[in-house]
Design a protein around this ligand. Structure first.
Ligand code: G
Ligand code: G
Ligand code: MN
Ligand code: NA
Length: 258
């Protein structure tokens, strides 16, 4: 269809780009890592957000090669960023990359992701792959096998948008997860809605009891930061801390205050 052909053209014209949003260690106050977020610099439409093209790319299967490209590109950026902070004695920065369920349908697609990791030369323990909760809920048995396969490459796995699917609580123990990302719908406005705040607190406790790292998404103000501090949340991500930015902008930021 039309969008499919436009995506194909965009890939050939190198219009897709990754932005990187800093993820902050709440206790230390420093940048601990990044989430890579795809953008499409369209010649006529301007910057197109992933919400518009990822669903199409998933339906057509184009997300499979795009996802491989994104992983490779993000790991290059991670290497660049690490080289900036390393001389300052800082721990390695992690890189978190979104992976679509469509990329995990076949064994050799997973092997391709593994090959990209191996070729990068990066230590896989600092690479996180973000999987949406819905994938785990829709196809738990397939997902368990696919994630085990990925985990065997040494990468870490994060469950994204946690809390937005149906309850996947009964499945959590099935998956070799490292990190749980609380969806921004719970974080936003939680200081004005005690119920949302209690949900965030409960998810934080759950994550701690299951030995999972926790990242709160969509942090937009100091009040939210204070609550997340009380809940002993590990990491925060949101416009209040930093917006998604180009690799060049991140390099500048890290060089300025590493
Ligand atoms: O940056 P933005 O808020 O517009 O991103 C919206 C959503 O698009 C993200 O939450 C994420 O799930 C998805 N997304 C962004 N980049 C990628 C990517 O590289 N691969 C996949 N599969 N999804 C992505
Ligand atoms: O689906 P996923 O969680 O991967 O989406 C992350 C998206 O959330 C990114 O597209 C990013 O632009 C967006 N985002 C990041 N921080 C904030 C925030 O503080 N507020 C809002 N509204 N969106 C955010
Ligand atoms: Mn994500
Ligand atoms: Na999310």
């Amino acid at each position: 269809e039309e969008v499919e052909a436009d995506i194909k053209r965009g890939i050939h014209s190198r219009e897709f780009e990754l932005f990187y949003q800093p993820i902050i260690d709440l206790r230390e106050g420093w940048v601990a890592g990044f989430e890579a977020l795809m953008r499409w610099r369209h010649p006529e439409k301007g910057t197109v957000s992933p919400g518009e093209f990822i669903p199409v790319a998933e339906a057509t299967g184009q997300i499979v090669p795009m996802g491989c490209w994104a992983l490779e590109e993000a790991l290059n950026a991670q290497k660049r960023f690490q080289e900036i902070v390393e001389p300052h004695g800082r721990p390695p920065l992690f890189m978190s990359v979104n992976v679509s369920g469509r990329q995990l349908l076949e064994l050799d697609e997973i092997e391709k992701l593994g090959a990209v990791v191996a070729r990068s030369g990066m230590d896989p323990q600092y690479i996180k792959l973000e999987i949406t909760e819905s994938l785990l809920v829709d196809e738990p048995m397939h997902a368990a096998v696919a994630l085990e396969q990925l985990r065997n490459k040494g990468v870490r796995l994060a469950i994204d948008d946690f809390g937005t699917g149906y309850s996947s609580l009964s499945y959590l123990h099935l998956f070799p997860l490292d990190t749980l990302k609380i969806d921004r719908s719970f974080v936003s406005d939680m200081v004005h809605d005690p119920r949302r705040e209690r949900i965030v607190r409960a998810i934080s406790r759950l994550a701690r009891d299951l030995d999972l790292n926790i990242i709160a998404e969509g942090v937009e103000n100091d009040e939210e930061m204070a609550s997340l501090n009380r809940f002993e949340c590990d990491y925060v991500q949101g416009f209040h801390l930093a917006r998604p930015q180009t690799a060049d902008q991140i390099a500048e930021l890290l060089a300025g205050k590493p």
